[in-house]
Each structure stands twice: as C-alpha cells, then as structure tokens.
Design a protein around this ligand. Structure first.
Ligand code: NAG
Length: 148
C-alpha cells in the first residue's frame, strides 16, 4: 500500500489588528491632550472630523492618485505636507515624522501632528471631510452622552 503524503497548506492569516476607538473614548483622549478649544476648535469638531475621515480607525490609509500622496490614520493626515512615507513627490513633512507613526494604536503622535496642521492659516479647513460634514452643522451629537 502506498503511503500518501498529504501536503497541508497552512494558511497563516496574519491579521493586522486595527485599533478602532469608540466615539467617547476618542473624545476623552483628545480632551486629555488639550484638544478641546485648541486654536478655537471644539471637541465636537474633532470628533466629527475623525468620524468622517477614518471612522476612528487608527490603521485607515487612503491613496490619492493625483498627487500620489497617502492619508494616514485616525485623522487621515496627508504625506504631501505633514509626514514622510518616502514615496510622495515634493513632500514637505511639516510634522517631522514617518507617516507610519500616525497608524499607531496610541494616538499621541497623531494628535500632535493634527495640532500642527491647524496652526497653519487654513486651520481645520484642511480636512475635506470637515468641510463636507461638520462645517456649519450642529455638532452636539458627536459628544453627546460622553463622560468627558
Ligand atoms: C443642536 O441640537 C441639539 C439637539 O439635537 C439641540 O438641543 C441644540 O439646541 C442644538 N443647538 C443649536 C445651536 O441649534
């Protein structure tokens, strides 16, 4: 009788776990980092912005084919101006960081860079999602029910 050697394929599913914050958890962390009222921007504006940019997902990335840049992390910060991913033409890296740090579970660096973004004259208008979903809206729902 012939022995069969069964070759088993081990499908190693290496799932990179993304940390997805809850709305109120995110709001609390922002507040702890002095984001409520930073440059006159209320907590609800930051929460609205992050909800529509990333759904509070720290691992969110989106490629922009035109400028060949990528948006990173919970605030979807762009590699053309703010961080270095080593492949964006004419990149500036104004936050002085590798883009990969914007994908960490710990959002300290992302918050620091978001503050840098709004210190520029355009402020929070830098974010398309903010202009589309948050500007001139009643944002009270974004921090409703949160223990801050
Ligand atoms: C915003 O909406 C909440 C409830 O949805 C309401 O209580 C509040 O008065 C509204 N604020 C303004 C400025 O309209």
């Amino acid at each position: 009788m012939k022995a069969f050697l069964t070759l088993g394929f081990l499908l190693l599913s290496v799932t990179v776990q993304a940390k997805v914050y809850s709305r109120c958890e995110f709001a609390r962390i922002l507040k702890r980092h002095g984001m409520d009222g930073y440059r006159g921007i209320s907590l609800a504006n930051w929460v609205c912005l992050a909800q529509h940019e990333s759904g509070f997902n720290t691992k969110a990335t989106n490629y922009n084919p035109g400028p060949r840049s990528t948006d990173y992390g919970i605030f979807q910060i762009n590699s053309k101006y703010w961080c270095n991913n080593g492949k964006t033409p004419g990149a500036v890296n104004a936050c002085g960081i590798p883009c990969s740090v914007l994908l960490q579970d710990d959002i300290t660096q992302a918050i620091k860079c978001a503050k840098r973004v709004v210190r520029d004259p355009q402020g929070i208008r830098a974010w398309v999602a903010w202009r589309s979903y948050c500007q001139n809206r009643n944002l009270s729902q974004y921090v409703r029910g949160c223990r801050l």
